[in-house]
Write a protein that binds this ligand. Structure first.
Ligand code: SIN
Length: 303
């Protein structure tokens, strides 16, 4: 049997499968389908200092092999998460990663202080949401601003800090190197790719916000390429994601350099996708004769 345990910046995961922010809520709904303790980690819906209703509907559009979303960080706010959701999540034997978005570096810092004190296992700093006007992508596309947010998050946290990068940049390694230089303990990528769909009858964009972020199998080759580039540019561990729906997809991300892999949009079509991907990955690793799943990380043989 292959040992499925992996280390993500000092956070010990029982297997490499994580559910990414924005695809799993706070776990309540999916907990009706399988035991959340089966997962390596749960990354919760993006939190902000105050509650947010998100963007107006329609905010989801189907695409070939994916979905476009402009949810706009709907969430109950960090205090409500700590009071009502974290205690429920803590009933399961699974690592909890809190994803945060702020309008200013100071807002990120304040949330890091609260979440560290509340006892989450890791904080994921989201500098890559394409669906909000302030903060979000504005930080994720400029190396110096990405570094500033990372520095404040690190100073304000007592748990490891992971920074989630945007693919909507010319060279993702520039941002990766900037956040590593500012102290990030890990990097996650990719967030969604900006896209747009238009209803040809009404001539209106399908999303009320006109544009949104694309996820699902269509983005997988872009995400694998970016994980590979970032893995060759930094030393910190990587959580890879983007269109994973099969064990072989997860193996691709690990071969490209990811220490752990997130299964997101696939859960919308198949609630069991994260545990199925874990089992398929384990079966592949056993067939490959691996003693430890971590042997896959970065083991691609480029031409
Ligand atoms: C959203 O809530 O708009 C998605 C979050 C994200 O892409 O970071």
């Amino acid at each position: 049997m292959t040992d499925l345990r992996v280390d993500l910046a000092g956070v010990a995961l029982k297997n490499p499968i994580v559910v990414p922010s924005g695809t799993f809520g706070f776990g309540r709904e999916y907990g009706q389908f399988f035991d959340l303790s089966e997962l390596g980690a749960i990354c919760v819906k993006g939190l902000t200092p105050l509650p947010r209703e998100g963007n107006p509907a329609p905010r989801i559009a189907e695409t070939p092999m994916g979905i476009l979303n402009s949810v706009g960080l709907q969430n109950p706010g960090v205090d409500a998460f700590i009071a009502h959701e974290l205690p429920e999540l803590r009933k399961h034997d699974v690592k909890i990663i809190a994803n945060i978005s702020g309008n200013t570096p100071e807002e990120y810092g304040g949330m890091c202080e609260k979440l560290s004190a509340a006892g989450v296992d890791m904080i994921e700093v989201n500098i890559s949401c394409p669906n909000v006007k302030a903060g979000g992508l504005a930080y994720g596309t400029r190396p110096e601003m990405a570094a500033e947010v990372t520095e404040i998050a690190k100073k304000s946290s007592t748990v490891p800090v992971m920074v989630k990068l945007s693919p909507n940049v010319t060279d993702i390694t520039e941002i990766a190197k900037a956040v590593e230089g500012a102290g990030a303990d890990a990097i996650s990528l990719i967030n969604t790719i900006r896209g747009m769909r238009i209803d040809v009858n009404t001539r209106r964009p399908i999303l009320k916000m006109n544009t949104g972020g694309l996820s699902g199998p269509a983005v997988l080759p872009v995400a694998v390429r970016m994980v590979w580039e970032v893995a060759n540019a930094v030393k910190v561990p990587i959580l890879g994601m983007g269109g994973v729906s099969k064990g072989a997809d997860a193996a691709e991300f690990m071969l490209a350099g990811a220490a752990a892999v997130a299964v997101g949009t696939a859960s919308f079509a198949d609630a069991y996708a994260p545990v199925r991907v874990r089992d398929e990955l384990a079966a592949y690793a056993e067939k490959q004769g691996l003693a430890r799943i971590s042997e896959l990380t970065g083991a691609v043989k480029p031409w």
